[in-house]
Design a protein around this ligand. Structure first.
Ligand code: BES
Ligand code: MN
Ligand code: ZN
Length: 491
């Protein structure tokens, strides 16, 4: 999707135009036939509503799509003004992406938008356009994407600079969706790294990759235990962005990157196991967010860590009952080889603390089914050892639309993962499973380091289309990280 701002009138004059309509306020000068048609169709200008018709302008018949943006100055309930504008842009994309139209002119004359509003509209439009059709060789003609370019005319002052920032964010979200959507035979630890190397090249990011030898030397027995049942070797990827004060402590984001989670010897049941290709959604979000931050040259020092393994059962796979030693020195009894995410994360967390001494750490992980049972697909869970970090993350969730809901931590939960043979076990009782998973991670965080764990199991993949995504990979986490960094790490 190409999005361009045009200063001069287009020639030939466009034959497909979108105009915005606020709640019960049609664009000034709109043809009576459209005004009347919209009224008859009960179009009220609600955010996300579309009404279209054909009118004669000059000597030309023009297709006009009216896109509702909600109350003119108002705050729609969830994400406010920018949320309504995003919805309007997304509605245009959803309706016309495969409509046969190849170019759309968005005319913002008299819209009363700010530059930031315009960027929000375009962000919604672009995000809703993303699809992954590479493996669909028999897609019927009328389902193929046709819309290739969007021309913005009469844009408010400042739109282009605002859009440059949001376009970088869109790129990040799209990269995450791509990584998440690709199947496990295409994206595995090595190829995840290779895609990052290709996609993040030339952006001013530094990439560091640890392979098995380095991991063994560092004593990452927990992470390596997960990967030992797979022929695909593990990787730990660090993506470094130094856009802030030289030498200032970085903010760290750590993602669970289980490129396929079969459960291992504690094999998952077959129904729905294909979903476990997106068990790398945390790592995917971290990689996409780093791309977004670099793309918009964020004035902050940020580290992104992706812990990459495949969890498979075979003769060399780890067993329930095995005891492994983590990089921290703490020992872990493996109760369930399907509780593998925490084993990957614990070594990644230890490493990031030793290697980078970050000012704070946020991990993102599709960690537990219990999280989905608790929150469904509306909020990710946040667990934190620091009130301020929890609050700022929740606030970033509200503004970005990647919503978070806080869950408790505490000694009575921690006790539940004590082991009779080792320092801890990797799985507690069924009840409270998302919390005991978080307690496990907390045991690897040094005292005094602010840390938050985001269990995003319910958010990475959508069974039905949302406002700004088609069904499938949502890109959850990228906007949250970007917003958190914008509001808390940049000045
Ligand atoms: N990747 C899964 C969690 C998951 C399940 C994410 C469904 C998204 C959708 C994780 O590795 C897992 O298997 N967790 C177990 C932990 C249990 C064995 C303690 C779970 O939640 O059942
Ligand atoms: Mn698992
Ligand atoms: Zn998993």
């Amino acid at each position: 999707m190409r999005i361009e701002f045009l200063d001069a009138p287009q020639s030939p004059a466009p034959r497909f135009i979108a105009q915005l309509a606020a709640s019960d306020a049609m664009p000034a000068g709109l043809e009576a036939v459209l005004v009347e048609g919209a009224r008859a169709a009960r179009f009220t200008g609600k955010a996300g509503q579309i009404h279209e018709g054909f009118v004669e302008r000059g000597s030309q018949l023009v297709r006009v799509a009216l896109a509702g943006v909600g109350e003119a100055n108002g705050a729609a309930k969830d994400a406010g003004r920018s949320g309504s504008l995003e919805r309007a842009g997304a509605a245009l994309a959803a309706r016309y992406l495969a409509s046969g139209e190849t170019a759309l002119t968005v005319d913002l004359a008299g819209s009363g938008l700010t530059g930031a509003d315009c960027a929000a509209l375009l962000l919604g439009l672009r995000l809703r356009c993303w699809r992954h059709d590479a493996y669909r060789t028999k897609l019927p003609e009328d389902q193929k994407v046709t819309l290739a370019s969007v021309h913005v005319v009469n844009a408010p002052a400042g739109s282009q600079a605002e859009w440059a920032r949001e376009a970088a964010l869109a790129e990040g979200v799209e990269f995450t969706r791509e990584l998440v959507t690709e199947p496990g035979n295409v994206i595995y630890p090595e190829s995840f790294v290779a895609r990052c190397e290709a996609r993040l090249a030339g952006k001013g990011l530094e990439l560091r990759v640890l392979g098995e030898d380095a991991m063994r030397t560092l004593g990452m027995g927990a992470l390596m235990g997960v990967s030992q049942g797979s022929p695909r070797p593990p990787r730990l990827l660090a993506i470094v962005w130094n856009g802030g004060e030289p030498g200032a402590k970085p903010m760290a984001f750590v993602g669970k990157g289980v490129t396929f989670d079969s459960g291992g010897i504690s094999l998952k049941p077959p129904a729905g196991m294909e979903d476990m290709k997106w068990d790398m959604g945390g790592a995917g979000a971290v990689a996409g967010a780093m791309l977004a931050l670099a793309g918009r040259k964020a004035r902050a020092n940020v580290i992104g860590i992706c812990g990459l393994v495949e969890n498979m059962p075979d003769g060399s796979a780890q067993r329930p009952g095995d005891v492994v030693t983590s990089m921290s020195g703490q020992t872990i009894e493996i109760i369930n080889t399907d509780a593998e995410g925490r084993l990957v994360l614990c070594d990644a967390l230890t490493w990031v603390q030793k290697e980078f001494a970050p000012s704070a750490i946020v991990d993102l992980a599709t960690l537990t089914g219990a999280m989905i049972a608790a929150l469904g697909n509306e909020y990710a869970g946040v667990f934190a050892n620091d009130e301020g970090l929890a609050e700022t993350l929740i606030a970033a969730g509200k503004t970005s639309g990647d919503k978070l809901w806080r869950f408790p931590l505490g000694a009575p939960y921690d006790k539940l993962i004590d082991s009779p043979i080792a320092d801890m076990k990797n799985a507690g009782p069924r009840n409270g499973g998302a919390i005991t998973a978080a307690q496990f991670l907390l045991r690897f965080i040094a005292k005094g380091t602010p840390w938050a764990h985001l269990d995003i199991a319910g958010m990475v993949w959508a069974d039905k289309a949302g406002a700004t995504w088609e069904k499938g990979a949502t890109g959850y986490g990228v906007r949250l990280i970007d917003r958190y960094v914008r509001d808390n790490c940049e000045n």
